[in-house]
Design a protein around this ligand. Structure first.
Ligand SMILES: Cc1cc2nc3c(=O)[nH]c(=O)nc-3n(C[C@H](O)[C@H](O)[C@H](O)COP(=O)(O)OP(=O)(O)OC[C@H]3O[C@@H](n4cnc5c(N)ncnc54)[C@H](O)[C@@H]3O)c2cc1C
Length: 276
């Protein structure tokens, strides 16, 4: 196995062109998945690429470089619309995992239980991909992850950044994670919401994303439409509101438990967002 740690993005993209090269950042998904004695592919570690750990804000967007860790997210000075993402960051594994694991690695791994995906979906995040041959392309996160551990990433591409368009200054957010214990746990269900209230205290904009209850985390768009104009304190979430979810029975919980838990989780997350 060859291990490369380039400091220039152009070098990283050249190395990525070679067949059988596996990209890693924190390695917190990659290394635990290796079986004892398993031969790994050649590894391209992107954590030393200059600027790739930066989290930067412009007039139009916030940009998370592909090597930005969960700890970087927690420490970043971000608008309140990002509170859900920060809350998710604090609940990824332990501090050691948060110090090594990256937000981009989380979405590239494409686990249905990836805690970063619902808050990023609720922020309308986009994914920037780059290759030496074709340059850069940007696509919505909802189009990047296509199935369980499946993305549209091509053999010669790297994710270079996650980009979140500018959020309304009054938009608030919240994240709720259900596990079988409080910390260091894989999510049974998680919900992220972003809510904007109008001057009368009614919901003017709502984004609700749920993970671990379908192959790919999803936005509840029918519920989002129904929420407009509603008083967030009088709201009741029904089974119809979450009917697009397709949870499964697994070792962590049954489908019916997930359905019931998510109904309450969504309601709690909305209340939390508007009282934050
Ligand atoms: C003990 C433990 C607890 C954990 N707890 C949680 C948890 O609570 N919630 C949660 O969501 N996750 C959890 N995880 C999983 C993991 O820590 C996160 O998913 C983390 O964000 C992965 O980031 P990474 O940089 O370590 O990814 P890596 O392991 O480096 O990479 C993950 C995958 O993404 C690909 N990849 C990484 N970066 C790029 C890139 N820039 N371009 C293209 N492909 C790329 C790699 O090839 C690999 O397939 C846990 C893991 C461990 C070991």
């Amino acid at each position: 196995m060859a291990y490369s740690q380039p400091s220039l993005l152009s070098d990283a993209l050249c190395l990525r062109k070679q067949a059988g090269v596996r990209v890693i950042a924190g390695g917190t998904d990659f290394f635990p998945a290796l079986r004892p004695g398993e031969q790994t592919e050649n590894v391209l570690d992107i954590t030393r690429v200059g600027g790739l750990s930066d989290i930067t804000q412009t007039e139009d967007a916030t940009r998370f470089g592909a090597a930005a860790t969960w700890s970087n997210v927690v420490r970043a000075d971000l608008p309140v619309a990002f509170d859900a993402l920060k809350q998710a960051a604090r609940e990824v594994g332990s501090l050691q995992i948060q110090n090594a694991g990256t937000i981009a690695g989380n979405i590239c791994n494409a686990s249905p239980a990836a805690d970063g995906v619902p808050p990023l979906l609720a922020l309308n995040a986009e994914v920037e991909l780059a290759s030496a041959a074709r340059g850069t392309r940007i696509l919505p996160l909802g189009e990047f992850i296509t199935g369980v551990r499946q993305t549209v990433l091509k053999e010669d591409e790297l994710v270079t950044a996650i980009i979140v368009p500018k959020q309304h200054v009054l938009m608030t957010s919240a994240f709720e994670k259900l596990g079988s214990r409080r910390y260091l746990v894989i999510s049974i269900a998680m919900t992220a919401v972003n809510i904007l209230l109008d001057a009368q205290g009614k919901i003017a904009d709502a984004r609700v994303a749920v993970g671990s209850c379908s192959a790919v985390a999803q936005r509840l768009t029918a519920l989002e439409a129904r929420l407009i104009g509603q008083d967030p304190y009088k709201l009741r979430i029904s089974q119809d509101d979450i009917a697009s979810l397709t949870p499964i029975d697994d070792v962590r919980g049954t489908a019916s438990y997930r359905f019931e838990a998510v109904r309450h989780q969504v309601q709690r997350a909305i209340h939390k967002a508007v009282t934050s």
